[in-house]
Write a protein that binds this ligand. Structure first.
Ligand code: NAP
Length: 337
């Protein structure tokens, strides 16, 4: 009998996530009710946001309880449908769960019907043409109000969202500086993703390094990490600069004791704007963003690097590797079924 493998929460995560915080479970394949459709998941998207759902505390989503299936975005194929808008064989991206088969419906968070283009791997729709690409594009345009000629700084620049944000900013005619956590990643973002310059936040003085490259400071800081990097970027912003609050991964393992931000006065003296955003709020903007990203990828104007882990059972390990900075590009799991 074919069953539905699931990854469930074995214990609340209190510091860095470990594979032991998760367990494998099996259950029956669910049956879609009226209005629902059944997906066979093909790829899981590894997302830092999941760390915020496994510590037993509420944030913008309810915490996952012990024994609960881990929530996360996936790309899957419709294999049974009782929803007229979704037919068997279609591909879908949505916030589902870490399981072989997910029940989905028209109101699912992040739901996008996919029409994979010939020559573009399906896995791209998990990252560069999925949440990471859309977040980077929408964050820069809707929140950052990016314009040609600006200086844009991106943190976690070798990662899924950061590598896309840097490349999109270059395509918009900006000078782009990336902040990363190793010299290898610094080399990679310049050589492979076309950043103009790279800063290693573990060894460099971020404020001085940005000001050396852009003496007037950054017009836009696309912040994926918060904490000390954000703190160091505040005095490196141009007057009227904009900070795009995409994520704060440096605080995800220390929600009870977040990193202090001591340079907040710079928000006043430099008359800065900082706006946080969550992709689901901008769902209506996703199709246009995807169309533009697809065009750039087809034209080979964007380089996609994927960090693919094979096998359902390796999903917890893949997530832990993402959180500890071991991956470059988009971290995802290819499900064996
Ligand atoms: N707002 C939204 O809707 C939205 C949507 C998607 C993602 N996000 C956010 O975007 C950010 C990036 O997500 P992603 O999926 O693209 O992940 P990612 O960048 O592919 O991977 C995470 C990277 O974060 C860096 N990192 C880890 N701990 C750090 C620390 N203490 N200080 C500085 N950097 C650290 C590591 O790179 P280094 O080696 O360079 O340290 C790691 O490779 C996350 O904050 C995530 O929550 C937000």
């Amino acid at each position: 009998m074919i069953t539905n493998r699931q990854v469930v929460l074995a214990s609340y995560v209190t510091d860095a996530a470990q594979p032991e915080n998760f367990a494998l479970s099996e259950g029956p394949i669910p049956e879609p009710a009226e209005g629902e459709f059944l997906l066979r998941n093909m790829y899981f998207s590894m997302e830092p946001a999941i760390r915020g759902w496994v510590d037993g505390k509420a944030n913008y989503f309810a915490p996952i309880p012990i024994g609960g299936v881990i929530r996360g975005p996936s790309v899957g194929q419709v294999i049974k449908s009782r929803n007229n808008d979704f037919v068997e064989g279609e591909y879908v991206f949505a916030l589902n769960q870490w399981e072989d088969y997910s029940i989905c419906h028209s109101d699912a968070i992040l739901l996008e019907k996919l029409q994979p283009e010939d020559g573009i791997p399906l896995s791209y729709y998990v990252g560069s043409l999925g949440g990471a690409g859309a977040t980077a594009y929408i964050g820069l345009h809707e929140v950052g109000q990016i314009q040609a000629g600006q200086t844009v700084v991106v943190s976690a620049a070798a990662g899924a969202t950061g590598s896309m944000a840097g490349q999109i900013a270059k395509l918009c005619g900006c000078t782009v500086i990336g902040i990363v956590g190793s010299d290898d990643k610094a080399q990679l973002i310049v050589d492979e993703f076309g950043f103009d310059a790279a800063i290693n936040y573990k060894t460099d003085d971020i404020t001085a390094a940005v000001m050396a490259i852009a003496p007037e400071g950054a017009d836009i800081y696309f912040d994926n990490v918060g904490g000390p990097v954000l703190n160091a970027m505040l005095p490196a912003m141009k007057v009227y600069g904009r900070i795009v609050g995409c994520g704060m991964i440096s605080d995800y393992n220390r929600t009870d004791n977040p990193n202090p931000i001591t340079n907040l006065w710079e928000m006043v003296s430099r008359q800065l704007t900082m706006q946080g955003f969550l992709l689901p709020t901008y769902q209506a903007k996703v199709p246009a963003a995807m169309a533009q990203l697809e065009e750039w990828i087809r034209a080979e104007k964007i380089t996609v690097i994927e960090n693919i882990t094979e096998g359902f059972a390796n999903t917890p390990t893949a997530f832990c590797e993402l959180m500890s900075g071991q991956t470059v590009g988009k971290a995802l799991v290819k499900i064996d079924l």
